[in-house]
Design a protein around this ligand. Structure first.
Ligand code: C2E
Ligand code: CA
Ligand code: CA
Length: 626
C-alpha cells in the first residue's frame, strides 16, 4: 500500500535540493547582475506586465480549484514560457525575479488549495510592492550601486520564499491526488473482488435458471422447449429420424384413485427408466403432464418398438413395486422424418394428431401418423359443428329403457338415453357424439337440453309406470361445473319433480376431479334429495376403495362384465360387489343383459335387478306409451 509519509519525505528531500540550488543560483545571479548593471530603466511594458499578472492572479483565484488537471498543465506551461520569455526580453536575466514570483503564483493558484493561494497571493503583493518601492527609490537614490544591490537581494529572497510556499502547495496537492488515487485503487480492488464474487454467483444462478427453464424438476428430463431446440438442431444434420409421443393411459384416473403421490412416483419412474436404460434413443423429454417425447435417429421402427417395449416393461416392473395395479398402459404415436414432415412443428403436430387418435380409440398401441387421421380430425370438426347446431335447434331426442326387477317382474326404473338423428349423417350413436360434446365443452348446454326434455316427459312416464325412478346420465365434466347443482335445484322446482325419483348416473371417471371436490358436490345433490348411481362399474379401475368414500345409492354393473359372467373370476368379483350392496345398502343393477343364462347366473348371485335387451330396448316415449 502507498505510504504517504515516506512519499512526503522523499519529495521534501528532492525539493530541498532544488530550493538550495535556486537560492544559490538566484543569489549569485542577482549579485553578478547587480555588480554589472547599476542602472534599471523604467519601462511602460513593465506596468502592462504588472497589470496582466494581477488579472491572471484574480482569474485563478476565482477559477483555480475547478480547472481540470489537463488544462492546469497546459496553462502553467504556456504562462511559464510566456513570462520567462517576457521577463528575459524586457529585463534580461534580472527579470527572472519577477518571472519566479509570477510563476509561483500561477502554480500555486492552479494547484494549491485556496488557503495556500491566499497566502502566496498576499506575499506576492507584498513582494511587488517592495519591487515598486525599489523602483521609486532607485529613481531617488540614482545609481547607488550599494542600494541597488541591497534591494535586488531583498527582492530575490522574497521571490524564493514565495516560490517555496508555492512548491509546497503543489507538493501537497500532488500528494492528496495520489492518496485519493490510491484509495480509489483500493476501492476498485474491493469492487473488483465483489464483482468477481457476483460473477460467480451469476454463473451459479444461470446454471440454476437453465436447469429450471429446460429441465423438468420431477423427472429430471428435459422439457419440451429443450427437446424442440435439440431436435431442430439435429434436423439439418440427420437423414432420417422418428419422433414418438407416449402418454400414460388413464393417468388422471390413476392419480385420483391412488392419490397424486402415486402419480408423481409414476412420473419419476418414467424419468428414471428413460434416463438409465441404454438405448439408441437420442433425446427424450417430458412434454407436459403425463406425455413424453422421444427422438430416435433411425427409421427402423421394429428396432424402436423393441426398445420402447423394453422401457415400458421396465416401467411396469418398477411401478408394481409402489402400487397394486396390474399394468399401466400407454398411448403411443410416431411420425417419421422426412416423410411425414420436415420441420419440428410439423412433425410434432402430426404426432399429436396420431396420439389423440389413439387416445380416442382407447387403443394402447404404437400408432403411426397417417393422413387419414388428419382427415378424421377434419371430420371430427365437422361433426362438432353439426352437434353445436343440433343443440341450438334442440334437435336431440330422448329414448327410455326400462329396468326390471326380474323376481317380482315389474319395472323399477327407466334410464333416459340421448338420441340424435342428423339430417346429414342419419342416426348417430351417443357413443360417437358424447365424446365430441365433452371434448369441445358443449356438455353443459347439451345435458341441460336432455334434462329439460326428460323433466317435461316426466308426467307422462308417471302416468304409464307410476312413481318409478328415472336415471339420467351426467358427464363427469358437467357435474363439476359451478352452476350444475343450482341448475338442478331450479329445474326440480320449475317442473315440480319429486327429486327422490331422479337418479344421476355418473361413471367413476368423475373422481378425476378430486375425491373431496366430487364428494362435496354429490353431498349437495343428495341433500336436494337426488339419488346417485355409479355407472359402468367394471370398465375402468373399479377400485372398491371409493365405494366407501362416496355415498352411492346404486351400482350399475357394466355390460362387459355381464358378457363374461360365465367366467368364475368375474363371478367372484360380482359376489364381492353384491356383498357391498348389503353392507352399504346400495342397489346393484346389471346392465346389458341379453340372455336368459346371464339372467339365471345373476339371480343366483343375488342380483335380480337388470336392464338389457332381454327385457326391453330403449324406445321413444311414444312407443313406450303404446
Ligand atoms: P350407458 O349409460 O351405459 O347406457 C347403456 C347403454 O347400453 C345404452 O347405449 C343402451 O342402449 C345400451 N344397452 C342397454 N341394454 C343393452 C343390451 O342388452 N345390449 C346392448 N348391446 N346394449 C344395451 P346407448 O344408448 O348407445 O348409450 C351409450 C352411452 O352413451 C351410455 O351408456 C351413456 O354413457 C352415454 N349416453 C347416452 N345418453 C347420454 C346422456 O344424455 N348424457 C350422457 N352424459 N351420456 C349419455
Ligand atoms: Ca347410464
Ligand atoms: Ca352403463
Amino acid at each position: 500500500m502507498f505510504d504517504k509519509d515516506e512519499y512526503f519525505d522523499e519529495m521534501i528531500l528532492k525539493l530541498e535540493d532544488t530550493f538550495s540550488l535556486l537560492y544559490k543560483v538566484g543569489i549569485l545571479s542577482v549579485f553578478l547582475i547587480g555588480m554589472m548593471k547599476f542602472v534599471l530603466s523604467p519601462n511602460d511594458l513593465f506596468v502592462l506586465y504588472d497589470v496582466i499578472l494581477l488579472l491572471v492572479l484574480i482569474v485563478i483565484l476565482i477559477k483555480g480549484p475547478s480547472i481540470s488537471m489537463k488544462r492546469k498543465v497546459i496553462y502553467t506551461c504556456s504562462i511559464l514560457a510566456f513570462s520567462g520569455l517576457f521577463s528575459y526580453l524586457v529585463y534580461g536575466i534580472e527579470g527572472t525575479g519577477f518571472g519566479v514570483l509570477f510563476i509561483a503564483n500561477i502554480t500555486a493558484g492552479i494547484f494549491a488549495s485556496r488557503k495556500y493561494f491566499n497566502w502566496i497571493f498576499l506575499t506576492s503583493i507584498l513582494g511587488l510592492s517592495v519591487i515598486m518601492a525599489y523602483r521609486e527609490l532607485h529613481i531617488v537614490i540614482h545609481h547607488s550601486p550599494l542600494s541597488i544591490y541591497f534591494f535586488q537581494m531583498v527582492m530575490l529572497i522574497i521571490c524564493i520564499q514565495v516560490l517555496r510556499i508555492a512548491v509546497y502547495a503543489l507538493r501537497n496537492s500532488l500528494v492528496e491526488n495520489i492518496v485519493e488515487l490510491d484509495n480509489k485503487l483500493e476501492e476498485n480492488k474491493f469492487i473488483l473482488h465483489e464483482l468477481k464474487q457476483q460473477n460467480l454467483e451469476i454463473k451459479v444462478n444461470e446454471e440454476e435458471i437453465y436447469q429450471l427453464a429446460y429441465y423438468d424438476q420431477l423427472t429430471g428430463l428435459p422439457m419440451k422447449n429443450l427437446f424442440k431446440r435439440n431436435v431442430e438442431e439435429r434436423l439439418s444434420i440427420v437423414e432420417n429420424a422418428t419422433m414418438l409421443l407416449v402418454d400414460i393411459k388413464d393417468f388422471k384416473l390413476l392419480n385420483s384413485v391412488y392419490g397424486s403421490q402415486i402419480g408423481d412416483e409414476l412420473l419419476k419412474i418414467a424419468g428414471d427408466v428413460i434416463n438409465t436404460i441404454d438405448s439408441p434413443l437420442l433425446y427424450a423429454c417430458r412434454i407436459s403432464g403425463n406425455d413424453f417425447g422421444f427422438w430416435y435417429e433411425s427409421n427402423d421402427i421394429a428396432l424402436i418398438e423393441k426398445h420402447l417395449n423394453q422401457l415400458l416393461l421396465e416401467f411396469n416392473v418398477r411401478a408394481r413395486k409402489i402400487f397394486m395395479y396390474n399394468k399401466v398402459q400407454f398411448y403411443m404415436s410416431y411420425v417419421q422424418y422426412p416423410c411425414d414432415g420436415e420441420s419440428y412443428i410439423d412433425l410434432y403436430n402430426k404426432a399429436v394428431i396420431a396420439l389423440n387418435y389413439s387416445k380416442a380409440s382407447k387403443k394402447a398401441e404404437l400408432l403411426q401418423f397417417t393422413h387419414e387421421m388428419e382427415s378424421a380430425l377434419h371430420e371430427e370438426n365437422h361433426l362438432k359443428d353439426l352437434i353445436e347446431d343440433a343443440i341450438q335447434r334442440r334437435a336431440f331426442d330422448v329414448s327410455y329403457q326400462e329396468q326390471y326387477d326380474s323376481i317380482n317382474n315389474r319395472v323399477i326404473g327407466i334410464e333416459a338415453l340421448a338420441r340424435w338423428h342428423s339430417e346429414e349423417l342419419g342416426h348417430v350413436s351417443p357413443v360417437e357424439f358424447i365424446p365430441i360434446i365433452t371434448k369441445y365443452q358443449l356438455i353443459g348446454s347439451f345435458e341441460r337440453l336432455i334434462i329439460g326434455k326428460v323433466f317435461s316427459d316426466y308426467p307422462r312416464i308417471i302416468e304409464k309406470y307410476g312413481e318409478v325412478s328415472i336415471g339420467i346420465n351426467i358427464s363427469p365434466e358437467h357435474i363439476i361445473l359451478p352452476q350444475f347443482v343450482k341448475y338442478f335445484e331450479d329445474a326440480i322446482l320449475l317442473y315440480r319433480i319429486n327429486p327422490s325419483l331422479i337418479t344421476l348416473e355418473i361413471t367413476e371417471e368423475v373422481i378425476i376431479n378430486g375425491m373431496d371436490k366430487v364428494r362435496s358436490i354429490l353431498d349437495r345433490l343428495k341433500n336436494i334429495g337426488l339419488k346417485i348411481s355409479l355407472d359402468d362399474f367394471g370398465t375402468g379401475y373399479s377400485s372398491l376403495n371409493y365405494l366407501s368414500k362416496i355415498p352411492f345409492d346404486e351400482i350399475k354393473i357394466d355390460k362387459t362384465f355381464i358378457d363374461e359372467i360365465e367366467d368364475k373370476r368375474v363371478q367372484t368379483i360380482l359376489k364381492a360387489v353384491i356383498e357391498i350392496k348389503k353392507s352399504y345398502n346400495i342397489q346393484v343393477i346389471a346392465e346389458g343383459v341379453e340372455t336368459t343364462s346371464q339372467l339365471k347366473i345373476l339371480q343366483e348371485l343375488g342380483c335380480p335387478l337388470i336392464q338389457g335387451y332381454l327385457f326391453s330396448k330403449p324406445k321413444p316415449l311414444k312407443e313406450l306409451e303404446l
